[in-house]
Design a protein around this ligand. Structure first.
Ligand SMILES: [Zn+2]
Length: 513
């Protein structure tokens, strides 16, 4: 039995987005638990599909003694405010000092946090943790798929273990994998060599999905090599060339930091084998660079095509509003796609979530059946948009408190209300209003306001990729739409100032100079 400190601090920072992450954003619950510190952490995270929940469960099953630090997350947005970062990092360091010594530390980190005063939120956090625990104690972190893995992070962590799915259905499982590795390090006492590589091109989120190539094949290969096969899939025997763990993070492009972009790290007992696997894996990904590509529709093109398909389809046609994804820093209130649906009179179409707290509260106050004379959406006013004014009917109002049922958010306790379903009776288009920014990834978000997603002809979702986990199985097809949003799909359009020179701004795209 070992004495292990566990904690987490999660944020995905889109430095080009309009809203920053304040302390209040970390403190309150959304779909995930609110800020929690000390012994209550164990119970607070139980049952959620998040890394710390998987880590805690596995460590307890392995009979370790846990010392909870703190855990919190905030919805993806622009920079983490300095006050919020220093508060959380300060508590972690304080609790580590007060409650040590420890045999090991596990941290649940996103890996793409940028604070107002720091480019590399996780690298700096782990540096501070190291300054308390020293160099010899294992420090293992789990990471999101969208980590911008920096040299600083690699230096301070004994090992890091990343998600292998996008949509992320393996979040709790990744926490569990990370601490099984931690357990092995505690028992083995063998040093790990780290072979780290950065790739020289950015990959738009929309083409990072592991349900499609090339990401699918890359992660299949990683799992095979880690399991102990050689490059051709042939077993190499129990020694597995000494490879212990492989993590590849395709990166989070809308982050204006030097170390933005895809990277990988191979951990192994044999230095040469680890370096060789890292080179081969980097080469394998580079060969597939042009494959990270696909079609993006304009809102008008998408709606016309969706209406054509819906005439004969037996299942919903999905429109993914990929740039206004609140899971990547979008405001989830832009109205380009909503306006196109209304303009083309896409009868029966539903769009969600439109995050407009004032409109959601006003609709709730007006009550079901009422006519609702005001604009909706464009609450933040990104891209100079104006709210959509129609004669809306309030069809349904709801509390916004419900439990998710999909592969990502199953068991998550949503608190995003009040919510409302509004219909423009002239065009037959409906919109789901909510108060908190949350990505449209779980069918319960629609059922909560009386909409059965599988019965809708055209369903528009503010999400880039995560919606696919719960919605693709019920869909006829998916069209990706490029409408205004703070998550700009093509990094070549972003005004980087701090990104390192020489990296290509998209696969096979222009070089950043
Ligand atoms: Zn992610």
């Amino acid at each position: 039995m070992a004495r292990i400190a566990v904690g987490g601090f999660q944020h995905e920072t889109n430095t080009f987005a309009p809203l920053k992450a304040s302390w209040a954003d970390f403190e309150r619950a959304d779909a995930w638990p609110p800020f929690v510190r000390g012994p209550e952490l164990i119970e607070a995270v139980e049952g959620f599909n998040i890394p710390i929940a998987g880590a805690v469960k596995t460590l307890l099953a392995l009979d370790h003694q846990l010392v909870p630090l703190c855990w919190c997350s905030a919805p993806p947005s622009s920079y983490v405010e300095e006050e919020a970062y220093e508060k959380v990092a300060g508590w972690m360091v304080e609790d580590l000092r007060a409650q040590g010594p420890f045999d090991a530390v596990y941290l649940d980190l996103h890996g793409a946090m940028v604070a107002e005063h720091l480019e590399d939120g996780e690298g700096e956090l782990m540096r501070r943790v190291r300054s308390v625990i020293g160099e010899r104690i294992p420090l293992v972190a789990s990471l999101d798929y969208h980590t911008n893995m920096t040299p600083e992070m690699v230096r301070h962590a004994t090992a890091m273990v990343g998600y292998r799915t996008y949509p992320h259905i393996d979040m709790a499982e990744t926490g569990s994998r990370a601490v099984r590795l931690l357990d092995r390090l505690l028992k083995d006492h063998r040093p790990l060599h780290k072979a780290y590589r950065q790739l020289d091109f950015l990959i738009p989120l929309v083409w990072q999905c592991t349900l499609m190539e090339p990401a699918k094949g890359i992660f299949e290969l990683i799992a095979e090599v880690e399991r102990g096969s050689d490059w051709s899939g042939e077993p190499t025997g129990s020694h597995n060339q000494g490879i212990v763990s492989i993590t590849h993070t395709p990166g989070f492009p809308p982050a204006d930091i030097a170390q933005c972009g895809p990277a990988l790290v191979v951990y192994g007992h044999d230095k040469e084998a680890a370096e060789s696997v890292a080179d081969r894996l980097a080469g394998f990904i580079k060969e597939r660079e042009p494959g990270f590509d696909g079609r993006l529709f304009s809102p008008d093109e998408a709606v016309v095509e969706a209406m054509r398909l819906a005439r004969t389809a037996t299942k919903p046609v999905l429109l993914a509003d990929v740039q206004d994804n609140p899971g990547a820093g979008g405001t989830s209130d832009t109205v380009g796609l909503l306006r196109a649906l209304i303009a083309h009179r896409a009868q029966g179409a539903v769009i969600g979530m439109i995050v407009d707290p004032a409109a959601a509260e006003a609709a709730s106050a007006a009550g079901e059946g009422a006519m609702f004379e005001r604009g909706i959406g464009a609450a933040v006013g990104f891209a100079g948009e104006e709210p959509v004014e129609r004669a809306w009917r309030v069809v349904r109002i709801a509390s916004g408190v419900f439990t998710g049922s999909g592969p990502m958010y199953g068991g998550a306790k949503f608190r995003i209300g009040p919510m409302a379903l509004l219909t423009d009776e002239d065009s037959g288009v409906s919109a789901v209003l909510a108060c908190r920014r949350i990505q449209a990834v779980d069918q319960e978000m629609f059922r909560h306001v009386g909409v059965e997603p599988s019965g809708v002809p055209i369903l528009a979702l503010k999400s880039t990729v995560h919606f696919r986990a719960h919605f693709q199985p019920i869909a006829e097809t998916v069209l990706c739409v490029q409408s205004p949003g703070a998550h700009v799909t093509d990094p070549a359009e972003l005004p980087y100032r701090n990104l390192r020179k020489g990296i290509r701004l998209r696969p096979a795209g222009p070089v950043h100079r």
